[in-house]
Design a protein. Structure first.
Lengths: 763, 401
């Protein structure tokens, strides 16, 4: 039957169908074009634009670290590695470049040329590249002290090594591919294609460690043609004062150790805890912190790239941002040859308050070779045997400024390197003890207890307290004075004023003051003196421990929370007050905090902050408030400290050698021309981790108990004048503060004289 | 529908049969739309080529002049005269295709490029017989189908398919996979227009698609690699970027770099040069258009092609001669399919094959051959008999499947 239903004939409908199909195809094309040019346009634009420029990054250099006299402690020594890409080494580069150049020169004609014409065109381009590589090899021979044969041999060695590696990797790749194919996870019949291994693409070092001038010659060559040679920054951090030889006198050493022969000692790792280290490796967290290529594709010249160096500990890490510097760059516009240069900005210098010569001497004094820090018979160490090596720390601080002249941690990182893993763990060698080692203060806290008692009004400076050996009249077995024991035939100090109580370090006197104060008030005064607050000299840096943010490098010590203590039952609260009054209990501080509080004391309460970095680039720290201290109290405490070392009754006065008839004694401090006011401390220490059975491992229960940390803190100045420096020494598990740390402090004072800080030195 | 509307008288019949043979030129016809669009595309091509290769742009204009002359030559005689020449012409083209494959032909005449024997050197111009084969094929197929209805049966499709595989086979062995593949859309379009049953065509296409993977091993190594590279980049695998996928990757980068409005001539030239886009004046000219004029440029280019296609479709729609109808559909499909394959491969939707963008790419024989098609289309538009010479391509049961 005839059909006239449709407006169009069948043919016309079919044409419309074809048009429709065409429209669908157009739609598909348009969608893809929109994707490329609009959705991904910026990305592609950047990618295409990047080919127009060639960028060479210029290395910067890290700022130097200087000591207080401008001696360079750490500085970059510029050095470069001359690296030649693998294709240049094999010679394949010449062919690649000639082919590329020939294609570029002939333009569209290339495709219309046959193999012969192409070969001719390529051959015409080769000489230029042969000349370039020729120049490269000549330069390498000249600067690298290679002859022709040796250079060829070196190239062959690299080539055969890389080929060996490649064969190995390609074998593995092929096996993996076959496995994938057999288990069907390979989609499509993709043939095996060996991926070039990294070594076949990268440049290999042919001339390591060349200087500026040589590097410049190669850099010019590198600018002539991309991919010919790379000049890679291999700058090293030089630390010229890390190892020093020190001559120490031995005439003033206690009794049996004294000798007319000075001791020549080589010390390693001088200030290594302070300076810290720089690593050549860039970690993910560095790049996350400040990436070289930002998320939006822009370049941050100060950001981290794979080839950078990063401060990884000590000041190098803590002041990384200041020391690091910003690299420069040369951007060459390939079409015009125009260059834009951004000069590198070197990192800032750090000047320390440390005197590196004094630091080395103090380290030598604390070294085991010198003898004061191994257990001696006259130490009367009741647990550790003679010859046992002791660790410790010493700080020298200028009272007027808080500047730290020396801060030694023993062992140093360098000395610990010789030790076993176990030894390092027991020693806690990574801890920079002056700043991060925390110790109970022991008796060196006593003057502060008096200060708190008098200024708070709780204690009368003129009051007399009678020492009967124990604090509670009816309890002779606890809260005793240190003198009330078997060795001293249960002696007592009798009635005491403040000055003598300090000189004799009478526990009963300070229990009494603590009892009058009460724990909360005592603790809040201790905070005013700076306990429990991180001095923030610049070593502190944020780290992450088990996913939790933490601070490493500097400790605040520990002071109980007043509110918590105030909430304790009366008996416990009273006991806390008594224990804290003599520097025990849960109280700890660092040697630097000890030195700083003694400086505060010497200054009569005028505030002072410890300083390690003289030109600290950080915003200034908030200045602490002055602490009130009446003149009579100031005089009393200083006098007590002076008598402690100058009078026979003082705890810091003398050492006794031998027993019975062979008994002799010698003063702890024997340096001339100076006045020293000091306090000894023998602080109950936590159990010491050890390897008692000597099986090379520390097991559960292997602890040494009953040994004390030995403190000695002295204020020292020219004879009869106000003190200029604080010397704080702590010897871990050394026992008696006076006998063990006292002689160390004595030698440090002598070192201060010899380095010209105090009158009466040998030089 | 009935072609002869009754009633009619003897004098009517006489008058009509005279009219049927009266030479008649219909100047106002949609063929001119094709000519206009083709001219604009050719000029756009010259501009685009001049971005990086001004010398080639000048040659393009010279070729355009030759091409216009050639187009005029095929426009002037009535297409029936040309139809009568279709078989001798076809035999000539087949001879040339065979000639390319004779191994002993001196290189002066047939110079392989990149291993392919596609070109005959005519001194002033390199000439690809496959370009002429497209025209010969359309003309022969249209001539075969114009009075038949056998293709309404499945078996009737065998002859058209066989006709197709002669040129396709010869071109495949050159090898020139891309050009060979253009014959298939042309075949299907002609069959659709001629009224073949869609379900048959779908069946044939399905068999073809199903059989395609079995043909894959027959492909040359570089063809396989290009297909793999295309598939890889579509799913975001960049591993071919350094070798076989390089050309495609650079093209996509430059297309994207053009953005919405392009980068302008100077900058586009720099970008193309330093991104090392191969064949930029030729097969990759679409990337140049996109880089220089951005999405807008590509849209203009596609709009011109759409106008060209619409013009050709109108020529077909208005033609009253079945031969003219089918030739118009076949020619426009050849050109538009070539455009789609070229831009599709440049955009990364199809594997890269050596194929020019009609009118726009530099390349003499391609331009001349394409313009011959334009001339033919115009010819078809100019000569429209007032009455149908057959009840054309309308079948009971129609196009439902």
């Amino acid at each position: 039957m005839p059909r006239r239903a449709s407006l169009f004939s069948m043919f016309h409908r079919r044409l419309l169908l074809l048009c429709g199909a065409g429209a669908v195809v157009f739609g598909g094309l348009t969608a893809q074009l929109l994707r490329l040019s609009v959705l991904e346009g910026a990305e592609h634009r950047a990618e295409a634009e990047s080919q127009l420029r060639r960028t060479i990054y210029l290395p910067t250099w890290r700022g130097r670290i200087l000591d207080r006299h401008g001696r360079v402690l750490a500085a970059d020594v510029p050095s470069y590695d001359i690296c030649v890409p693998y294709p240049v080494i094999t010679g394949a580069w010449i062919d690649e470049q000639a082919l590329r150049e020939a294609k570029e020169r002939t333009g569209g004609d290339w495709n219309e040329m046959d193999d012969e014409d192409r070969a001719v065109a390529i051959a015409a381009e080769r000489p230029a590249f042969e000349t370039l590589t020729g120049t490269l090899w000549r330069l390498i021979r000249t600067y690298g002290d290679f002859d022709d044969a040796a250079l060829l041999e070196r190239r062959d060695a690299i080539r055969s090594e890389v080929q060996r590696l490649a064969a190995h990797v390609h074998d593995a790749q092929r096996r993996a591919w076959q496995e994938k194919r057999s288990d069907g996870s390979l989609v499509g019949a993709r043939a095996f294609r060996p991926e070039p291994i990294r070594e076949q693409v990268i440049a290999h070092v042919l001339l390591p460690r060349v200087d500026d001038e040589v590097a410049f010659a190669f850099q010019r060559l590198a600018l002539l043609r991309e991919g010919l040679v790379e000049v890679r920054d291999s700058t090293e951090r030089d630390r010229p004062h890390m190892v020093q030889t020190v001559v120490l006198p031995r005439a003033g050493l206690p009794g049996p150790m004294a000798s007319d022969q000075p001791l020549r000692l080589t010390v390693e790792g001088v200030a290594d805890h302070l300076l810290g280290t720089v690593r050549r490796e860039v970690w993910k967290e560095d790049i996350d912190r400040r990436p070289f290529t930002k998320k939006d594709g822009r370049i941050d010249l100060g950001g981290y790239r794979d080839v950078d160096r990063v401060g990884s500990s000590g000041l190098e890490a803590a002041f990384e941002a200041h020391l690091r510097g910003t690299r420069g760059m040369i951007v060459e516009h390939r079409a015009t040859g125009a260059r834009r240069r951004v000069a590198p900005v070197p990192g800032g210098d750090l000047q320390l308050s440390i005197d590196i010569a004094l630091q080395a001497r103090v380290q030598a004094i604390l070294s085991h070779e010198y003898g004061l820090t191994v257990v001696q018979p006259w130490h009367r160490n009741q647990v550790l045997s003679t010859g046992w090596p002791l660790n410790g720390a010493a700080v020298v601080m200028e009272i007027a400024t808080g500047e730290i002249l020396a801060a030694v941690s023993m062992p140093t990182l360098a000395t610990a390197q010789h030790a076993t893993e176990l030894r390092r763990a027991i020693d806690g060698a990574d801890v920079n003890r002056p700043f991060a080692g925390i110790y109970p203060p022991g008796s060196i806290l006593k003057p502060l207890t008096l200060w708190a008692g008098v200024e708070s009004g709780a204690h009368d400076l003129d009051a007399i307290v009678e020492c009967r050996g124990h604090f509670h009249p009816n309890q002779a077995d606890r809260l005793r004075c240190w003198i009330y024991r078997d060795d001293f035939a249960y002696a007592t100090h009798g009635p005491l004023g403040a000055e003598e109580a300090i000189a004799r370090s009478c526990n009963i006197y300070f229990y009494t003051v603590g009892d009058e104060l009460g724990a909360p008030r005592l603790l809040s005064w201790l905070r005013r003196f700076g306990l429990g607050a991180r001095p923030d000299v610049g070593l502190a840096r944020a780290i992450v421990v088990d996913g939790e943010p933490a601070i490493a490098g500097e400790s605040a010590g520990t002071v109980d929370d007043e509110a918590r203590v105030a909430a304790l039952p009366a008996v416990e609260q009273r006991n806390a007050a008594l224990l804290h009054a003599i520097g025990q209990g849960s109280l700890t501080w660092t040697p630097v905090q000890a030195a700083t509080t003694y400086a505060l004391l010497a200054r009569g309460g005028a505030p002072v902050q410890p300083v390690l970095v003289v030109n600290d680039p950080r915003p200034p720290r908030p200045r602490p408030d002055p602490v009130p201290m009446r003149a009579t109290l100031h005089r009393t405490i200083l006098e007590g400290l002076r008598r402690s070392v100058e009078e026979r009754i003082g705890t810091g006065h003398h050492i006794t050698f031998g027993e019975g008839a062979a008994r002799s004694e010698a003063p702890i401090l024997e340096v001339r021309g100076v006045t020293v006011s000091a306090k000894t401390g023998t602080a109950q220490a936590p159990a010491m981790m050890a390897d008692l059975d000597g099986d090379g491992a520390h097991e559960k229960g292997e602890y040494v108990t009953g040994v004390d940390h030995a403190w000695f803190v002295g204020l020292v100045g020219p004879r009869g004048a106000a003190p200029l420096y604080v010397v704080a020494v702590v010897i871990e598990y050394g026992g008696s503060g006076g006998r063990v740390s006292g002689p160390v402090a004595n030698e440090i004072i002598r070192a201060l004289q010899d380095e010209g800080y105090l009158p009466g030195g040998a030089t | 529908m009935s072609g002869f509307a009754a009633p009619y008288t003897a004098s009517d019949l006489h008058e009509r049969s005279r009219a049927l043979h009266r030479p008649r030129v219909l100047l106002a016809n949609p063929g001119w739309v094709c000519v206009g669009a083709a001219l604009l595309l050719s000029l756009l091509g010259a501009l685009a080529i001049a971005t990086t290769e001004p010398g080639y742009a000048q040659r393009h204009l010279v070729h355009l002049a030759v091409a216009l002359l050639g187009a005029a030559c095929v426009t002037v005689p009535h297409f029936r005269r040309l139809r009568d020449l279709s078989w001798p012409f076809t035999i000539l083209v087949l001879g040339l295709l065979l000639f390319l494959l004779v191994p002993s032909v001196p290189e002066v005449l047939v110079r392989p490029r990149n291993g392919a024997r596609r070109w005959i050197n005519l001194v002033v111009i390199d000439f690809q017989p496959s370009e002429l084969a497209k025209i010969a094929y359309v003309v022969v197929l249209a001539g075969y189908l114009r009075y038949r209805s056998s293709y309404r049966r499945l078996r009737g499709l065998l002859v058209p398919l066989a006709l197709t595989f002669v040129p396709v086979g010869l071109i495949l062995v050159e090898p020139d996979l891309g050009t060979a593949m253009l014959f298939l859309p042309a075949l299907f379009a002609i069959l659709v227009a001629a009224g073949a049953r869609l379900k048959h065509l779908v069946l044939v296409a399905a068999i073809g698609v199903a059989a395609a993977p079995t043909m894959y091993p027959l492909l040359r190594a570089h063809q396989k690699a290009r297909i793999r590279a295309m598939a890889a980049q579509l799913v975001g695998d960049d591993s071919y970027r350094r070798d076989i996928g390089f050309q495609g990757a650079q093209a996509r980068t430059l297309i994207g770099a053009g953005g919405l409005l392009g980068t302008g001539r100077e900058h586009a030239a720099e970008l193309i040069r330093f991104n090392h886009l191969p064949e930029e004046h030729n097969d990759m000219i679409f990337a140049v258009v996109c880089c220089r004029w951005g999405f807008a440029g590509a849209a203009l280019l596609w709009a011109l092609f759409a106008a060209f296609g619409a013009g050709a479709m109108l020529v077909a729609a208005q033609a009253k001669d079945p031969f003219a109808r089918l030739v118009a559909v076949g020619l426009v499909t050849m050109i538009v399919a070539q455009m789609v394959v070229n831009t599709g491969m440049t955009l990364g939707l199809l594997p890269i094959t050596g194929m020019t963008l009609p009118f726009v790419s530099a390349g003499g024989s391609s331009l001349v051959a394409t313009w011959l098609m334009v001339g033919l289309l115009l010819n078809l538009g100019l000569r429209r008999p007032p009455y149908m010479t057959r009840e054309s391509f309308d079948f009971d049961g129609g196009d439902e499947a």
